[in-house]
Unconditional design. Structure first.
Length: 258
């Protein structure tokens, strides 16, 4: 700001002259000073305008930043909510997965237990099968041995029958005797008739056991004296004379029935 004020002027020069009626006023003698108020006012107005514009820009910027902050905050809150929801979903999935793992673990344990049980049962069955195979083999061996023994016995019986048939036919005719089966392989039934003179059709019989070397009489009809029967059996087991034994048994029945 320019001014016409000259600071080099002495204040003594401003002293008024002696007073007089016609003398000019002191104020008239003062120098004219230009302070530049218009220029200052303009500059102040420009500054005010620029300051108001700055304030307005700052206010707009603050509003925009505040709005943007609120938008960012809302987005962050939304992101936080979404992340929280994702966390809850993940926790739920984790719990479900944990339950699934526990269930699968339990099922796996049950399967292992079932497999162990089946394995034990299989081993037991294999052991039983091997034992049965061994028993079958032993039984088959015993059967083969018995078959062979029966074949040998049959051959011996066949050979003996060729020798005994004539003798048996003689005793059957001579003693009025017939030989029947007794329902078992190791027993024979000897049936006599023509024992009682008044009733030639009446029969008497006894069952003879042939399972062992010694003969044994199991049943008789009619019943005979037990001591006499035992004596006859002991005698035939000693002398092996079967024809004589059949003759004595007929006499025993005759004595009993007559």
């Amino acid at each position: 700001m320019s001014s016409s004020f000259e600071p080099s002027l002495s204040t003594s020069g401003m002293r008024p002259p002696l007073a007089s009626a016609d003398a000019p006023s002191m104020a008239d003698s003062l120098p004219s000073i230009n302070f530049g108020f218009e220029d200052l006012r303009n500059r102040m107005a420009q500054f005010t305008a620029r300051f108001d514009a700055f304030i307005e820009r700052g206010r707009k910027q603050v509003l925009e930043e505040r709005n943007q902050f609120h938008i960012n905050l809302a987005e962050l809150q939304e992101d936080e909510r979404m992340r929280q929801r994702d966390i809850e979903i993940l926790n739920l999935k984790s719990q479900t997965h944990e339950q699934t793992l526990q269930k699968e673990s339990a099922e796996a344990a049950e399967m292992h237990a079932a497999i162990s049980s089946i394995t034990l049962e299989r081993d037991s069955r294999l052991t039983k099968r091997d034992r049965l195979k061994q028993q079958i083999a032993e039984t088959q061996k015993a059967i083969n041995q018995r078959l062979e023994a029966q074949k040998n016995h049959a051959r011996n019986l066949d050979a003996q029958s060729r020798l005994n048939n004539p003798e048996l036919e003689f005793w059957q005719d001579y003693l009025c005797l017939r030989i029947d089966g007794a329902g078992r392989e190791d027993r024979l039934k000897f049936v006599y008739n023509h024992i009682v003179e008044k009733d030639w059709e009446a029969e008497a019989w006894f069952e003879l056991g042939t399972a062992s070397r010694d003969y044994e009489v199991f049943h008789t009809r009619p019943k005979v004296d037990r001591d006499a029967l035992e004596r006859e059996v002991e005698l035939v087991n000693d002398d092996r004379d079967f024809g004589a034994f059949l003759k004595r048994m007929r006499k025993l029945f005759v004595d009993t029935m007559n």
